[in-house]
Design a binder for this molecule. Structure first.
Ligand code: C2O
Length: 518
């Protein structure tokens, strides 16, 4: 498998708010790669965002590229990951940014802190799996295992000796930095008999919220405080599937790590962790309800541009001469996914380069701000698969003037199946001002404009909607996509081009000299 500096998960990067980061990546693998700094807003430094074909061409085998960006007004738990094909399955690591010197956490100092990265592991070459899946027109194989810090734990064959362990002292409080680096599945996380108090989500503080478990979609990070307040013993930390799509396959063996008290008998059995059932949408909602920004926030109240974006899966008609091989999707079609029924096609050179150097032919500026057709998105979605569920292919983007106050309503659809989609926006954090089940209805939707969470990845509820707001004050080209990689491969994404504003501080920096070529 592909690793960074020979370790898996990759090395943790520790930094401090305001630091300038310089990271030289030399690609010693046969694959194209990039590294994305997930959650870092990259103010004026879009060239270093690492989204392949969006902000840069991939770093090819044998080449190097140096990322150079500043952690402006950002602190908390981030991660970095490859942003080409499915390489992210093994190319990821934590990225911890401490507050400036002398600035305390807004909670009592934990005795210790630990990083817990959830992952998914395939025995086969993931780049090959992505290719075979695309060629088949069907769905990919589920992961062979879930992992916690790279270890699947005792439920999997031959993994008894590879169990990640957090040693704890009775009575002490620990900060766990939970990161979901999974590829295609969303996961519940819980520790047997222990409460989790959420204090940060997507690298922004939240009001403390205590729960028995959390759900993380790929791309989400949550910091929780856990107090070792139970009898001395060995307790399971477990991750298992949250699978909201009907009929979708998933890995159902839990990955286990241990939360082990000082003084516990080492080879004793651990107390089992209780996870919600695989389709427990309510468990997801209760955690979402608890996410509030710690302080009052500055949510845009006037909106300049409103988008209504449907998200979901599609099945395209088979056009192959060898349908048995290439059209293994539902009803002999080809699986796809889309926003407003447009399946995003990766361009041949990066969008940012095409835009900056005015090279024509890579993209069009006509991403629709509303769906092309209006219908009962959740319950009345077209289901005469694949005749009615076609999407259009295209590299369609939306141009925004600098400073535009944007509201996006993300609406899940029942085309193929409703599903919770973790939608990630590059270049910004956004306020999650509202969400609900069913179709979005402006008359009845309730918004929180007081203390909504400020996030970069939001799980749009299954068969529901989410409203997010941000100010487009960061010039560049910013990808917005489902962080389930298979959906991204199928086209569930689009990009915003934010123009320069006035003067130097509102202008994108020029490209670096070593920017890779396609
Ligand atoms: Cu964490 Cu575009 O990704």
């Amino acid at each position: 498998m592909v690793t960074i500096n020979g370790i898996f998960p990759g090395p943790v990067i520790y930094a401090q708010e305001g630091d300038r980061m310089i990271v030289k990546v030399s690609n010693e693998t046969p694959y194209n790669t990039t590294i994305h700094w997930h959650g870092v807003r990259q103010r004026r430094s879009c060239w270093f965002d690492g989204a392949s074909y969006i902000t840069q061409c991939p770093i090819q085998a044998g080449q190097t590229f140096t990322y150079d960006f500043t952690l402006e007004n950002q602190k908390g738990t981030f991660f970095w990951h490859a942003h080409v094909s499915w390489l992210r399955a093994t190319v990821y690591g934590a990225f911890v940014v401490y507050p400036k010197t002398g600035i305390p956490y807004p909670f009592n100092y934990p005795y210790q802190e630990h990083i817990i990265i959830l992952g998914e592991y395939w025995k086969q070459d993931v780049v090959q799996i992505e290719r075979t899946t695309a060629a088949s027109g069907g769905s990919p194989p589920v992961a062979d295992a879930y992992t916690i810090n790279g270890c699947p734990g005792p439920n999997y064959n031959c993994s008894n000796n590879d169990v990640y362990k957090v040693d704890v002292v009775p009575g002490k409080t620990y900060l766990l930095r939970l990161i979901s680096a999974g590829l295609n599945s969303e996961n519940f996380f819980a520790i047997a008999n222990h409460k989790l108090t959420i204090v940060e989500a997507d690298a922004e503080y939240t009001k403390p919220f205590t729960t028995d478990r959390v759900m993380l979609g790929p791309g989400q990070t949550i910091n929780v405080l856990v107090t070792a307040d139970q009898p001395v013993g060995k307790y399971s930390m477990a991750i298992g599937p949250y699978s909201s799509a009907k009929g979708a396959a998933f890995q159902d063996i839990l990955a286990i790590a241990h939360f082990q008290y000082l003084g516990a008998v080492t080879n004793s059995v651990s107390f089992p962790a209780q996870l919600p059932s695989v389709r427990d949408n309510f468990a997801v909602k209760t955690v979402m309800d608890g996410l509030r920004s710690l302080n009052l926030v500055n949510v845009p109240t006037k909106i300049d541009t409103n988008f209504f974006i449907t998200i979901g899966l599609n099945v395209q008609k088979c056009h192959s001469k060898t349908p048995k091989q290439n059209c293994q999707g539902i009803n002999h079609g080809v699986m796809a996914a889309s926003m407003n029924n447009i399946s995003f096609v990766m361009p041949k050179i990066s969008l940012l380069e095409a835009y900056y150097k005015k090279i024509n032919g890579s993209f069009t500026e006509d991403f629709p701000g509303v769906p092309l057709k209006s219908y009962d998105f959740v319950n009345g979605a077209p289901n005469n698969i694949p005749n009615d569920t076609q999407s259009l292919n295209g590299t369609r983007v939306k141009i925004l003037e600098y400073g535009t106050r944007v509201q996006l309503i993300l609406q899940d659809t029942g085309t193929v199946t409703t599903e919770n989609h973790p939608i990630h926006l590059h270049g910004f954090s956004f306020y999650v001002v509202g969400y609900g089940t069913g179709n979005y209805n402006p008359q009845t939707a309730k918004f929180n404009l007081v203390d909504p969470p400020y996030m970069n990845t939001i799980g749009v509820p299954v068969g529901g909607w989410t409203a997010i707001r941000f100010v487009a004050d960061n010039p560049g080209v910013w990808f917005m996509h489902c962080h389930l990689d298979i959906h991204q491969s199928w086209g569930l994404g689009t990009a915003f081009i934010v123009k320069n504003g006035k003067g130097e501080v509102e202008t994108l920096l020029p490209p670096p000299a070593d920017l890779p070529r396609c």
